[in-house]
Design a protein. Structure first.
Lengths: 306, 267, 277
């Protein structure tokens, strides 16, 4: 048994000292840094609030001067006082849906190939290519779409080639890097042990991938899809250049349409008065859509952790 | 390096190895392993870290094939048939030779789905059949009493020891002939270790079990035969030093290296 | 590795040898007390046997504790088993020595006269017993399997002397005794011969355990009596760090034994030890 500690004689004579952790200057420095970082973070919040407030303010007249019935109608003719955005919203939805239908299989498939199947040599070629795709500016995509894809679509469909189909092709390639990178992260976060367990049970490589790995990564993949959707909805420049800018419900996939984003970009510079108010109203709608997407992603993450 | 065999050759060996060598790329990991694993008995592999016992274990169900650059020479048979011969399907082999890993690795699915995974792979679809299989496997794995009313709970929400027993239930559901266990008890608490040892003793008469373990007392407690592997010189391949009946090997080992290792004087 | 455990094993081994020496020396005292009618010596011998009993009990507890806490295997475990067995048998021998000391005391106190021829026979028998014990301890210290095999012959000598004693006793004229109590006393005095015979036999059994320590095989006394030395040597298995076979140090713990009773190898070691001291 250890001997018990005896009373140290010094403490009897010295008065009790407050436990101070560090010197005063260090303490002040720490506090200052704390406030600095808080300020940076606070800035983000302030910015979002300001932008939202500004947009809402500018869009407020939609309720008073345009009226909700007008705003949510199919008829977009600003010169005649009709500001119905439904066809534009439909255009955005159509373009996004098609992009996802094409882009998600492409993106998830690439991610699965890169993480599960490819050898190191093949991965060394494909992975940088995917990263480069993410780095290409959207205006270049727009060029590519206008100059290469549009004539191609025109040939097979007979029209000019501006429309949903072209937008689908361009947007699909644009969202592939987003979806691929996030899916790769999700797949990599699945521990190796689960795959080993699958193999040890007598599953083939494909069975392990689609019965074990993909179900295990489902939350991460849905995250990736939702964020890809966000990118597709918000894409302006490339879409503007290939979509045809006809604010109507199309009768075929190859006939011109317009989206919320492309319409705003087109009209913003010369619009005024109620026209401008309507554009801000569309901005608010877009804001609400992306906020909901962010909300869905956060809700899914919580579900994954819980 | 001579190998002592004071175990009588079993009448029917479940797995045999003859002149077995193994390479990871250029690295010669194992050399000249000759071994008969007795059928329906528990065999323990012991040895210090890095001595090739886990490598050898993984050769028995060809899990090492999944690593690039590995190759082997020599013969390894299961019930008499060479498992490395041309045309042998490793996937089918792994259904007959199941494996439990050191870190419990249940799938992130419900307990029911974990255990039903194997039978579903084999084509069982009827719900009542699957229910029976799941219940029986969980009972054999000493886990049924604890989870019978929460089969839809996520497998990862169980404790470490329960997860390991879930992995055992999962393997038992495909009714393998041989069960390979790679240090199954090193990552779980002592009470669960006790339960796993109990279930090994219950399974043993119907199944050949091979367990790699660092715990000398565990090997002495539960195994019928023990094999001692050692890599004597770093950089040289490891080999089998001694193999025999457990009580003989632990009371009076024939090789001095075995004596020194099991009494804890090195390694 | 396991330095503490190795040291504890060696200490247990030395304690066992030391107790063996103590039993041997106390037996000398008890027999001398009997032959020379020395009551004080008999009393001292009896007290020494109680001390030996305490040491045996302690050694047994230590060994069981080591088994429970250290999970020994292989040579460590064989050594502990051997020590416990020999310790138990040393207690039995010690019990016999105590009876001899009591008999010596009774011989002095009582009225009857034990015939001189019988006392001489007992003295001769005791000397043979010393040789058996000396050979046993030599075998244990030197891990000498050949010496173990020769013990049965030495034990035969003791047994023959014991039989000769009782034949002689039966042929002597009946001793006149007053009552039953006196008769019992006389009987107990005569039994010394039997006690000596038993001591030699138990000592031989202790030495036989050396075979288990060095080979891991359990052989019966009957098998060992007929065993071949080469065969036994061939069955030796490696001894580990805990079973440090170091006769020179072990000899130190039995160095008080009379040199003419121990084997030649042990005699040499004791003498060398004394020179160095």
């Amino acid at each position: 048994m250890n001997s018990t500690d005896t009373q140290r004689p010094e403490t009897a004579s010295r008065p009790k000292r407050e436990l101070a952790l560090v010197s005063r200057s260090t303490y002040l420095k720490e506090r200052a840094l704390q406030y600095l970082f808080f300020a940076c973070a606070f800035l983000a919040v302030v910015t979002v609030v300001l932008i939202f407030a500004f947009t809402m303010l500018q869009a407020a007249p939609v309720f008073t001067d345009i009226g909700l019935a007008n705003f949510f109608s199919l008829d977009w003719a600003p010169t005649e006082g009709r500001f119905g955005i439904l066809s534009l919203a439909a255009g955005s939805a159509l373009v996004t849906a098609g992009a996802l239908v094409l882009g998600v299989p492409l993106g998830v498939g690439t991610a699965v190939y890169l993480t599960e199947i490819a050898s190191a040599r093949v991965r060394a070629i494909i992975s940088p290519a995917v990263d480069l795709l993410a780095g290409i500016p959207s205006i270049i995509y727009g060029f590519f779409g206008m100059v290469i894809i549009r004539p191609f679509v025109a040939e097979i469909s007979g029209g000019l080639g501006f429309g949903a189909l072209t937008a689908w092709l361009v947007l699909a390639i644009m969202i592939v890097p987003t979806i691929t990178t996030l899916t790769i992260d999700a797949l990599r976060s699945i521990p190796m042990g689960i795959r080993e367990a699958g193999f040890a049970m007598g599953a083939t490589k494909w069975q392990v991938i689609y019965k074990v790995v993909l179900p295990a990564a489902r939350f991460g993949i849905v995250d990736a899809i939702v964020l890809g959707m966000g990118r597709a909805i918000g894409e302006t420049m490339a879409v503007l250049m290939v979509v045809g800018n006809a604010p109507v419900i199309p009768d075929s996939v190859a006939s011109p349409i317009s989206t919320l984003t492309s319409q705003i970009a087109l009209d913003m510079s010369y619009s005024s008065g109620l026209h401008r108010t309507a554009l801000f109203g569309m901005g608010v709608v877009l804001f609400i859509i992306s906020a909901s997407l962010v909300g869905i992603v956060r809700m899914l993450s919580k579900k994954r952790k819980g | 390096m001579s190998v002592y065999q004071n175990a009588p050759a079993p009448e029917v060996s479940a797995i045999t190895a003859a002149n077995f060598d193994f390479w990871y790329g250029d690295f010669h990991a194992l050399t000249d392993v000759n071994l008969n694993i007795a059928k329906n008995k528990i065999t323990a592999f012991i040895g210090p870290s890095g001595c090739g016992k886990s490598t050898f274990l993984r050769c028995m169900n060809r899990m090492n094939d999944l690593i690039e650059g590995t190759r082997c020479e020599g013969v390894m048979t299961l019930d008499g048939a060479d498992i490395y011969a041309e045309g042998v399907d490793p996937v089918d082999l792994r259904r007959r030779v199941g494996m439990i890993f050191q870190q419990p690795n249940p799938f992130p699915k419900s307990i029911y789905e974990n255990v039903a995974f194997g039978p579903r792979l084999q084509g069982v679809t009827s719900k009542s059949d699957l229910d029976d299989i799941v219940e029986e496997s969980l009972k054999r794995a000493n886990l049924w009493k604890e989870v019978s009313n929460q089969l839809s709970k996520d497998g990862l929400a169980l404790s470490g020891g329960q997860q390991q027993r879930l992995c055992i239930a999962r393997v038992l559901a495909v009714q393998p002939d041989v069960l390979l266990m790679d240090e199954p008890c090193s990552a779980i608490d002592p009470t669960s270790v006790q339960k796993v040892e109990d279930l090994m003793a219950e399974l043993a008469p119907e199944m050949t079990i091979i367990i790699v373990t660092h715990n000398m007392q565990q090997a002495a407690r539960i195994s019928d035969c023990t094999a001692f592997f050692l890599q004597e010189v770093a950089g040289e391949p490891a080999t089998l030093i001694e193999y025999g009946q457990t009580d003989a090997l632990f009371t009076s080992p024939i090789d001095k290296r075995t004596e020194d290792y099991i009494t804890g004087r090195f390694g | 590795m396991r330095k503490l455990f190795s040291r504890q094993l060696v200490e247990a081994r030395h304690e066992m040898l030391s107790i063996f020496e103590a039993v041997d020396l106390t037996l000398h005292d008890a027999v001398r007390a009997y032959v020379t009618d020395d009551r004080d010596l008999a009393k001292k011998a009896k007290e020494k046997t109680f001390q030996i009993d305490a040491r045996c009990a302690n050694l047994e507890a230590v060994c069981y504790n080591l088994i429970a806490t250290q999970s020994p295997v292989a040579s460590d475990f064989r050594l502990l088993q051997t020590i416990i067995y020999i310790d138990f048998n040393l207690q039995r021998m010690c019990d016999k020595v105590r009876r001899i000391a009591r008999a010596a005391n009774r011989k002095v106190k009582s009225d009857f006269e034990v015939p001189a021829v019988l006392v001489d026979l007992i003295e001769t028998e005791a000397e043979s017993v010393y040789r058996v014990m000396g050979a046993s301890v030599t075998a244990l210290v030197n891990n000498d399997l050949s010496l173990v095999l020769s013990l049965s012959d030495e034990d035969e000598v003791v047994h023959d002397l014991y039989q000769k004693f009782f034949r002689t006793f039966n042929r002597t004229e009946a001793v006149e005794l007053d009552d039953d109590a006196a008769m019992d006393d006389f009987r107990r005095t005569i039994m010394v011969s039997r006690y000596l015979d038993r001591i030699a036999n138990i000592s031989m059994e202790c030495a036989y355990r050396l075979v288990f320590l060095l080979t891991g095989q359990r052989w019966t006394a009957a098998d060992l009596a007929e065993a071949d030395e080469g065969e036994l040597e061939g069955m030796r298995v490696p001894s580990g760090e805990g079973v440090i076979l170091d006769p020179a140090t072990d000899a130190h713990y039995v160095s008080s034994l009379p040199l003419d009773e121990v084997g030649s190898e042990l005699k040499r070691l004791i003498e060398e030890g004394r020179e160095e001291a």
